[in-house]
Design a protein around this ligand. Structure first.
Ligand code: HEC
Length: 128
């Protein structure tokens, strides 16, 4: 009866299979995690007095800083707010991402889009 022997062999390679699975899955997740900021981190990076938003909206940002602002807002879009409806949050953060994308592409209305989308009080009243 070869059955018990086969079973032992299958059980023997199981850890190896699991390890291969873990290695295969890891590279897919890592870059995303590196780019993820919490909402609070974005507020500090982007919305502080001399933060990214002001630089980008006044045309003083480098291409790299524009890209950073986009990553910040993409991170916000992936998060959930401490308060308020998810649907409202999705709509607001979609506008933030679109405005930052316009800045990265150098579109003329980028500053206007950014200033409209980043109305601090209107978002804080609902979601903070
Ligand atoms: C799209 C929504 C949204 C917009 C626009 C927004 N904020 Fe916020 N902000 C939040 C949320 C949500 C929190 C609370 C985060 C938490 O408690 O996790 C917050 C928190 C903060 C905090 C506190 C951070 C901390 O460490 O507790 C500061 C400061 C801040 N925002 C500044 C600003 C400024 C300045 C602007 C405008 C230039 C702005 N925010 C625009 C959503 C927004």
């Amino acid at each position: 009866m070869p059955a018990p022997r086969n079973l032992a062999r299958i059980l023997g390679i199981l850890p190896a299979l699991l390890a291969i699975g873990a290695i295969a899955a890891a590279p897919l997740q890592e870059p995303e995690e590196e780019e993820q900021y919490t909402i609070k981190e974005v507020m500090k990076l982007a919305h502080a007095k001399d933060g990214l938003l002001k630089k980008v909206a006044t045309g003083k940002a480098t291409d790299e800083e524009k890209q950073q602002l986009l990553v910040c807002y993409q991170s916000m879009a992936k998060n959930s707010p401490p308060r308020g409806e998810q649907e409202s949050w999705d709509e607001r953060t979609k506008q933030l991402v679109a405005a930052a994308e316009a800045a990265v592409k150098g579109e003329e209305d980028a500053a206007d889009l950014l200033l409209t989308a980043t109305d601090c009080k209107s978002c804080h009243d609902v979601h903070k």
